[in-house]
Design a protein around this ligand. Structure first.
Ligand SMILES: Cc1ncc(COP(=O)(O)O)c(C=O)c1O
Length: 367
């Protein structure tokens, strides 16, 4: 069978009985938006993360936007984030009329550099949004220190890191607010779009919940300008099934990551995992100077691989009005030419990892 970056069909076949049962129960219930399944999912995941509140929404982008809205981000404000992320992280701040301020990343972790964040704090800074890229938590202690000394909240973009841990705490429970995406290919993925916001703050949680449903706490009474960002009941039921397998799946990913690293560390730069955090390997991303040639070689051997991300956000056309230029974030810029993510999902087979690794070794002329 052809190797895939992410194989959701194999996963469905493994969980078919549970998933089909959960889906049928929702179809029989006649309840398709929010409802008991959504409440139960929120309760389960709040417990899993160790946060007081979990508020579901339609996708991870909305989770970020709603969080920034609840924190009052708007025109005249600045939001500090990394240029080396999926576009949503910056997009939501821009949509709210805030200025996106980028801070460069660290080479070994791909994550935002707290020292660079500190330099970017101004009296207009309204939020700091670190991204736990590829499933590895950012340096939260240093960021929390900046956050508390400057009085600026942290919104964790944990879209790629659900289940990851930093100093024994799950991501999404560390900043003021934590946001996650349940896009199908994520470690915990729905069969469509879904997202969630976590916080310990009671009044913020209420506001987030209201903003996600047209800014309303009581039907047809609108306190805030909000969004239509409700979670489908079907997605909640599917996520509840899959969430029971998440830790096992994350462990399988870590095992495949270890196998890749053992076979590849002498030919390419393999991901580093600091001992104070748990990486959940949403992506297994290597670094190499001959990246594009390696990608083509693998492609011709029928092995998929992907570049996350080929152009850092400060150099994207849509963010041209921010007036950043080539050279502003040298680490993000260099890594965007070096990174290559290999197939990674819990339904890989050991022999597939071995055959991918052998091909890469072959590319470098090594046995
Ligand atoms: C880092 C990051 N932030 C935000 C998002 C947005 O999530 P969604 O696709 O569910 O809107 C993603 C997902 O792709 C992501 O990878």
């Amino acid at each position: 069978m052809k190797i895939q970056m992410v194989d959701l069909t194999r996963q469905y076949h493994e969980l078919k009985k549970e998933i089909d049962g959960a889906v049928t129960a929702v179809l029989e219930s006649g309840q398709f938006i929010l409802g008991q399944e959504v409440k139960s999912l929120e309760k389960d995941l709040a417990e899993y993360v160790g946060a007081k509140h979990a508020i579901s929404c339609a996708n991870g982008t909305d989770a970020l936007q709603i969080s920034l809205m609840a924190l009052g981000v708007g025109p005249g404000d600045e939001v500090i984030t990394t240029p080396f992320t999926f576009v949503s992280t910056a997009e939501v701040a821009a949509l709210l009329g805030a200025k996106v301020v980028f801070a460069d990343i660290m080479e070994h972790s791909f994550n935002i550099d707290p020292k660079e964040v500190r330099k970017k704090i101004s009296r207009h800074t309204k939020a700091i949004v670190p991204v736990h890229l590829y499933g590895l938590p950012a340096d939260m202690d240093e960021l929390l220190e900046i956050s508390s000394s400057a009085g600026i909240p942290i919104v964790e973009d944990a879209a790629q890191a659900f289940g990851a841990e930093y100093h024994g705490r799950k991501v999404c429970s560390i900043g003021k607010v934590g946001c996650v995406s349940f896009f199908p290919s994520k470690n915990l993925g729905a069969y469509g779009d879904a997202g969630m916001v976590f916080t310990d703050d009671d009044s913020l949680a209420e506001k987030i919940r209201a903003i996600a449903v047209h800014g309303s706490r009581r039907k047809y009474y609108h306190e805030y300008v909000g969004l239509n960002s409700r979670l489908d009941t079907l997605q909640a039921a599917i996520l509840r099934v899959k969430s029971r397998h998440l830790d096992r799946y994350n462990q399988l990913r870590a095992g495949f990551a270890k196998a890749y690293t053992e076979r590849l560390r002498d030919v390419v730069l393999t991901p580093e995992v600091p001992s104070d955090r748990k990486h959940i390997f949403h992506q297994y991303t290597i670094r190499t100077e001959g990246r594009d040639k390696l990608l083509e070689f693998l492609k011709s051997a029928g092995i998929p691989s992907a570049i996350y991300y080929p152009v850092p956000l400060h150099l994207q056309e849509a963010y041209g009005n921010l007036n950043y230029k080539q050279g502003d974030f040298p680490i993000a810029e260099r890594l965007s030419t070096e990174v290559l993510s290999l197939p990674m999902h819990p339904h890989l087979k050991e022999e597939e990892v071995e055959s991918i690794a052998s091909r890469i070794r072959e590319f470098y002329g090594r046995k």
